[in-house]
Design a protein around this ligand. Structure first.
Ligand code: TRP
Length: 334
């Protein structure tokens, strides 16, 4: 039986963090056994917001190395760099004729960018969802592991696929967002303000490249309070987040102990010691991140191996992409 095609992309704009790990990479690793997987670094997309490309190559390599270090297996999934697959650009061209200026202008990400970078409202930014649709449709993928924030882009990809099929004949299946039917864990920033971020909030975000002492320092500074005032109190968001993190990297016994302490605490009898909890969490987090960081660093220092991984991914992606582009050319051009 042929496996369903899964595809997802990561922009190389900033350092990957714990939220990326639990929201994306951990799922990629689970999916690579069950599906025909394509994962890629969206370096063309990053040009829409980062025209200065001095750091781009290093950033691309870091994303590749970190994904491999997280367990993405280049022997199972195709892991490639977007610009190594020119067929995507050709499909983007055809899809651009099916995308309307009005609908592109209405997307929330475009409107946000118009606000945040008013001096560089380029056409690439406007057609960002078209390029994303080309990324997906070039492998005729049906499942796209992405967060809720990508729903609008997914809907546009389905629309472009439908329009194409309607006008030129059936080539594309419709792709849907997908995450193993589970809610994705939300990893909040350690200061309790919003999510961890690739580029903002750097002292409250745990990056996969952080050294042990920096991890400890960030966790010890995480926001806490005086402790609960009654037994079985509701946890404030920032405390809930420490428990979420602990759940992900500590043993069940450890989580249980601190949870019991929290629930049995009350004003004047506070059993939970957030300092102790953070110390424990810091050590468990160091043990979690360290092997990933070390493996990623080793790979980044071994350019030859890294390039061979990227070539292996590009070859696999181009084999699939060229089959699709043949069908597309035939459908459009005859
Ligand atoms: N827009 C996605 C993001 O910002 C990245 C991306 C580009 C992507 N192309 C894609 C995600 C194709 C899934 C499928 O995270």
């Amino acid at each position: 039986m042929t496996k369903e095609v899964v595809l997802s992309g990561i922009r190389p704009t900033g350092f990957l963090h714990l939220g990326n790990y639990f929201g994306a990479m951990r799922n990629y690793v689970r999916m690579q056994d069950d599906y025909d997987c394509y994962f890629f670094v969206a370096n063309w997309h990053s040009l829409t917001t980062h025209p200065d490309t001095k750091e781009l190559k290093t950033a691309v390599r870091r994303v590749v190395a970190e994904n491999i270090a997280c367990g993405v297996d280049p022997g199972k999934a195709a892991f490639y760099v977007q610009s190594d697959v020119p067929e995507i650009a050709e499909l983007y061209l055809y899809l651009n004729m099916l995308a309307y200026k009005g609908e592109l202008e209405k997307t929330t990400t475009f409107k946000d960018k118009v606000r945040t970078q008013p001096d560089n409202v380029n056409a690439g930014l406007l057609t960002y969802p078209v390029l994303q649709a080309a990324d997906i449709l070039i492998h005729r993928a049906v499942k796209v592991p992405v967060g809720k924030d990508q729903e609008q882009n997914m809907e546009m990809a389905r629309n472009f696929a439908q329009r194409f099929n309607h006008r030129y004949g059936e080539v594309f299946p419709e792709p849907y967002g997908f995450n193993y039917g589970e809610q994705l864990v939300k990893i909040m920033s350690l200061d309790g303000n919003g999510k961890m971020s690739k580029s903002e909030n750097q002292l409250s975000t745990l990056y996969l490249a952080d050294e042990d002492d920096l991890i400890r320092k960030k966790i010890m500074k995480a926001k806490t309070d005086q402790g609960p005032e009654q037994t079985n109190a509701t946890k404030p968001d920032y405390i809930e987040n420490l428990f979420t993190l602990m759940n992900l990297v500590s043993t069940t016994d450890t989580v249980q102990k601190f949870n019991d302490d929290f629930n049995n605490s009350s004003l004047g009898n506070c059993l939970i010691r957030y300092g102790d909890m953070k110390k424990q969490l810091a050590e468990d987090m160091v043990n979690f991140i360290k092997p990933i960081r070390e493996k990623a660093t080793d790979l980044q220092n071994n350019i030859e191996q890294l390039e061979s991984i990227m070539k292996q991914g590009a070859d696999k992606a181009r084999a699939s992409a060229s089959e699709t582009i043949k069908l597309v050319r035939k459908a459009v051009l005859g």
